[in-house]
Design a protein around this ligand. Structure first.
Ligand SMILES: Cc1ncc(COP(=O)(O)O)c(C=O)c1O
Length: 501
């Protein structure tokens, strides 16, 4: 009996097989007629029959009837199971479907990160691997640290990329700085402030939370009042640029307030770094972390961090061991430290090559021009979005140039719009999170994604989809407004240049 007949025998009729597989009866009848069950149903067959008919049996039978053609295999080879090289046991763990090399589509990434990656960074990343203690690599690490000090505007020696995404950088700060019982003031005005709170709790700290309405900046006066009421506060933590809302807080003032009350500061600069000024030394930020995939425009998975001397001393003075082996500053410093290097973990070498190149691009552009570029394209995008009636969530003076959150117009299915942008225009934008889910769209203009062609595509694609969905949007208005904004900015820049000459 073939697998199709066995299914019918097992469940009593073709109709019952169809019901179990949620299929039309004609499909099952076709299986019986051709004498096999197509390979794509193999896993389903094994699960519906609770293992009475194995996926492997379906696969081999189907492959004998309609062999999968693989150039390097002879016609007689069975693709799955015992006839191929390798033992039966090992092949039973082989994937049930034919797997090809992965080739992602070309997308325009205008969401909250990751961003598009400059071709120079991608090329660098695909260079041959070398060891993480190779003298050439060690030399590159020193350059990487100095480039990071430049983007952070700091002289802190302990500035390096932790292996892991921004969330690891966040944990690195909290797990090193918060001892059980330490009082930590956490300012929350979006998703990521909430994660800081979670870190404090997990480190055994005593959190004091200042909740803000999402979309508003952290209020220095409320911080001042909270610190007056909690004079034993050790640390103040806040997010500089809240990605979930597109709201920028005044980091300089918040750090000043914390220091007036003798507290250290942990600042999340994941979205802010390289998009807007983050002046670590001038503002006196004590501990800061960021991520590689936002305005640094590198591949995700690295988190640049920086501790000043006060933090380094405080961590070294801890009586208890840091509650994470991987993120213990003292151990990581033995790998990233300037003089001798010893093994800590296998560093992601090719990702670090990529970050080196991404930072070099910023150095070549200069940090000031990089901030100015983010501001310029933000203005153009904003002018275009407002021209078709969209409203920003955040007040103008608190908007983050690289993270533009706009309200979804009444009655519009926001997920459908994003789906159409992706499917029809290969354009990715972000959705709202938490209480803002379904209520906002988030347009990132970060790093290498922050280019005029991406701004214009976003505006024309959105205008076209909204108009197609029946909204009173005139196609072309958004682009025209953005062009006008660009022209004005270029004229102003030319005038300034003339005056300066
Ligand atoms: C402000 C902020 N903090 C932390 C994170 C976490 O970074 P990651 O997703 O790289 O772990 C993000 C990610 O978007 C973020 O926007």
């Amino acid at each position: 009996m073939n697998c199709a007949e066995r299914l019918v025998a097992l469940f009593g009729s073709q109709a019952e097989v169809a019901r179990r597989f949620k299929l039309d009866r004609a499909v099952v009848s076709h299986w019986v007629k051709v004498g096999y069950v197509p390979a794509r149903w193999a896993m389903e067959v094994e699960s519906v029959t609770e293992g009475q008919i194995l996926a492997l049996e379906v696969l081999n039978e189907a492959n004998n009837r309609r062999p999968v053609r693989v150039k390097s295999r002879g016609e007689d080879d069975t693709f799955f199971g015992s006839a191929t090289p390798g033992s039966d046991t090992m092949n039973s763990f082989a994937p049930a479907k034919r797997i090809h090399s992965f080739h992602p589509p070309q997308r325009t990434l205008m969401g909250p990160g990751p961003t598009e990656i400059h071709p120079r960074v991608l090329t660098t990343m695909s260079q041959p691997a070398i060891g993480y203690l190779d003298p050439v690599f060690v030399e590159m690490m020193e350059e990487l640290k100095s480039l990071l000090r430049y983007v952070y505007q700091t002289k802190n020696p302990l500035t390096f990329p932790v292996s892991g995404p921004g969330s690891v950088g966040m944990e690195y700060c909290f797990v090193n700085m918060v001892s059980p019982g330490d009082k930590v003031v956490v300012c929350i005005n979006g998703v990521f402030g909430g994660r800081m709170l979670e870190n404090v709790i997990r480190c055994g700290g005593t959190p004091v939370v200042i909740e803000h309405e999402w979309g508003t900046p952290v209020d220095p006066q409320r911080l001042e009042d909270t610190l007056k009421a909690n004079p034993d506060t050790k640390i103040v933590a806040f997010v500089h640029a809240e990605t979930s809302t597109g709201c920028l807080s005044d980091a300089k003032t918040l750090v000043e307030v914390a220091h007036r009350h003798g507290a250290l500061t942990i600042v999340d600069a994941v979205t802010s770094l390289a998009g807007v000024p983050v002046l670590v030394d001038e503002w006196g930020i004590d501990a800061v972390y960021s991520a590689s995939q936002k305005c640094l425009s590198c591949t995700p998975g690295l988190s640049p961090v920086s501790f000043n001397e006060r933090v380094v001393e405080a961590v070294k003075a801890r009586k208890d061991k840091v509650h994470s082996w991987f993120m213990d500053m003292n151990l990581l410093a033995s790998y990233w430290g300037a003089t001798t290097r010893t093994y800590h973990h296998t560093a992601p070498t090719n990702s670090l090559f990529a970050l080196h190149e991404a930072l070099l691009l910023i150095r070549e552009e200069t940090l000031e021009d990089c901030w100015a570029r983010h501001q310029r394209h933000h203005v153009a995008l904003k002018t275009g979005l407002e021209a078709i009636g969209l409203q920003f969530l955040v007040k103008e003076e608190n908007q983050i140039p690289q993270m533009n959150a706009v309200r979804v117009p009444e009655g519009v299915n926001e997920a459908e719009v994003r789906k159409r942008l992706l499917n029809e225009f290969n354009l990715e934008i972000g959705a709202g999170l938490g209480p803002l889910a379904g209520k906002i769209w988030r347009f990132g203009t970060m790093g290498y994604s922050c280019r005029p062609e991406n701004v214009m595509l976003s505006l024309s694609a959105l205008g076209s989809v909204l108009s197609d969905m029946g909204l009173p949007v005139h196609v072309g208005d958004a682009e025209a407004a953005a062009h006008h904004a660009y022209a004005q900015m270029h004229a102003q820049a030319a005038q300034q240049k003339k005056r300066a000459a």
